[in-house]
Design a protein around this ligand. Structure first.
Ligand code: ATP
Ligand code: SF4
Ligand code: MG
Length: 333
């Protein structure tokens, strides 16, 4: 299987006053061509930081990529010049964010905003080579994301359309440059429950139709279980479990993943036809607090909350290793 994005030993820190926050720690992740890879974990565990790092969208003066490499098509992304990164961003790698309002400019029409992306990224791309007028391309992409009455949406300002339609417009903006990879960070969280599923269905359909690879971050375990091929479970900046979604959900090994899933006992048996996504299938809240990323505990960072904790867990940090058909980072295995 071809690897589209390879993250090697990535560590990212933030600085707050005198403190260093270790938001992503030694993460290794492969994104395979055409797949949808899900990332799940409690709030603050570093998912967005991981998602933003390939495109270097981190706050410049308050963050540091402390180590690691990210490979995309034989290019090492962290070593690209600012100009090279600008060309890549929104071009061959695009992002969809949680809140369409932060992505869309309120004083420009949807049509103008998507056309701007076409202008910036048309050089050398399929759209550019086709010499199709920019407006036609935009109408075309608005149709692809199933927006009703694309001519009206084209002329609309963001506040004139619904939340679900705004997110569809953001997805249109992301895919208009024919990206190889779309990174979607909680693309449905701001939307109501029925629209969440529609947006995920859309991303999944576009992935297949346009041969895109998708990295999806969501708190919604129902959506993750139905849509992703593989799943990475993050805890305190690290990936603690990683493998095919079906395997991870059917037989999680790491006590953290087990804890996340225990309030969702039927999840592994659920299929995509089993009814609407409900709030009950959202990420449950585990007892105890995640560790302070400024002051991590020694050994396994989950040990203060783990009911299986052993002496070795308080001393040595476990590393990811293959166990059965997934990878897990736990001294029990
Ligand atoms: P959520 O599920 O709430 O979106 P997340 O898993 O995406 O959380 P991140 O946003 O990546 O988590 O944050 C990881 C850690 O880094 C958190 O402790 C957060 O407080 C911290 N952090 C994030 N952005 C900054 C920043 N700009 N400056 C300082 N600390 C930050
Ligand atoms: Fe629990 Fe130890 Fe495994 Fe950490 S390494 S999850 S503390 S058993
Ligand atoms: Mg986030």
């Amino acid at each position: 299987m071809k690897t589209m994005l390879k993250i090697e030993n990535l560590s990212v820190d933030y600085f707050r006053g005198k403190h260093t926050i270790h938001a992503v720690r030694n993460v290794c992740l492969d994104l395979y061509e055409g797949e949808m890879l899900g990332i799940v974990g409690e709030s603050g565990c570093g998912k967005s930081t991981l998602a933003m790092t390939p495109l270097r969208l981190l706050p410049e003066n308050a963050s540091d990529i402390a180590g690691g490499k990210i490979w995309f098509e034989n290019q090492e992304l962290l070593g690209l010049s600012d100009q090279e990164m600008r060309e890549l961003r929104g071009g061959r790698i695009a992002m969809v964010f949680q809140d369409p309002f932060t992505t869309l400019n309120p004083v420009l029409t949807i049509g103008d905003q998507i056309e701007e992306v076409v202008r910036v990224h048309s050089k050398g791309q399929r759209h550019g080579a086709s010499a199709q007028p920019a407006k036609d391309l935009v109408i075309d992409v608005l149709e692809k994301v199933h927006l009703p009455d694309p001519e009206r949406i084209y002329k609309s300002y963001p506040h004139q359309i619904s939340g679900g339609q705004r997110q569809r417009a953001c997805i249109a903006m992301a895919i208009v440059s024919n990206p190889k990879i779309v990174i979607a960070d909680e693309p449905t969280t701001a939307l109501d429950v029925t629209v969440q599923k529609e947006i995920l269905n859309l991303l999944d359909q576009l992935r297949k139709d346009l041969n895109m690879t998708v990295l999806l971050i969501t708190h919604n375990m129902g959506l993750l279980s139905e849509r992703t091929d593989r799943l990475a479970v993050m805890y305190a900046g690290e990936i603690v479990e990683y493998g095919e979604t079906r395997s991870v959900l059917r037989k999680p090994l790491h006590p953290y993943t087990k804890g996340l899933l225990q309030s969702l006992p039927k999840l592994a048996q659920q299929t995509e036809d089993q009814g609407p996504v409900t709030k009950s299938r959202r990420l449950p809240i585990l007892p105890g607090q995640p560790p302070d990323l400024k002051d991590l505990p020694k050994g396994c960072s989950f040990h203060p909350r783990c009911s299986h904790v052993m002496d070795v867990c308080r001393e040595q940090a476990p590393v990811l290793k293959p166990v059965e058909n997934i990878e897990t980072a736990c001294h029990l295995y």
